[in-house]
Write a protein that binds this ligand. Structure first.
Ligand SMILES: [Zn+2]
Ligand SMILES: [Zn+2]
Ligand SMILES: [Zn+2]
Length: 132
C-alpha cells in the first residue's frame, strides 16, 4: 500500500501534518469524527420525528373517519355497550372506548377488523395501555 502524502490538517489554524484519510491530524481527527457522529444523530432524530408525524397524522385521520365510526358502533352493539373486561369479572360497566387488541402500529390492516376490537371502560383501557 503506497502511503498517502503528508498534508496539512484541514482544521483551520492547525499546523500539524497528517496522512489520515479524514484529512485531519491526530488531534483534530476525533473532533471531526465526533462532529460526524453528532450530524448523523441529528439526521436520525429528524427522520424519526418525520416518521412519527406521518404516523400520528395517519392515526388521527383514521379515528375521525366515518368507517371507524361505523365499525366502532358495530363493536359497541356486539358488546352490548359494556366493558368486556369488567364483564368477565362479573361487573356491569358501560364501555367508553373501543380498543384495538392488536394495536394499529403493529397491524394497520386490522384496524377495521371487528375481531380485533373490544369495548372497554376508561379504567380497563388505561390499565391495558399502561402495561405497555
Ligand atoms: Zn489538526
Ligand atoms: Zn372495565
Ligand atoms: Zn386502546
Amino acid at each position: 500500500m503506497p502511503q498517502r502524502p503528508l498534508r496539512p490538517c484541514r482544521k483551520a489554524g492547525c499546523a500539524n501534518l497528517t496522512r489520515d484519510k479524514t484529512g485531519y491530524c491526530e488531534v483534530h481527527k476525533q473532533e471531526y469524527l465526533d462532529y460526524l457522529k453528532r450530524l448523523k444523530a441529528e439526521r436520525d432524530r429528524r427522520y424519526d420525528e418525520q416518521v412519527r408525524k406521518t404516523r400520528d397524522r395517519q392515526y388521527y385521520e383514521f379515528y375521525k373517519s366515518d368507517e371507524w365510526e361505523r365499525v366502532k358502533t358495530q363493536a359497541l352493539i356486539r358488546d352490548k355497550g359494556l366493558c368486556q373486561l369488567c364483564l368477565k369479572k362479573g361487573i356491569i360497566k358501560t364501555a367508553d372506548v373501543v380498543h384495538h387488541i392488536v394495536p394499529l402500529k403493529e397491524d394497520w390492516s386490522k384496524r377495521f377488523d371487528l375481531d380485533n376490537l373490544v369495548s372497554l371502560c376508561h379504567e380497563c383501557h388505561n390499565k391495558l395501555h399502561s402495561k405497555g
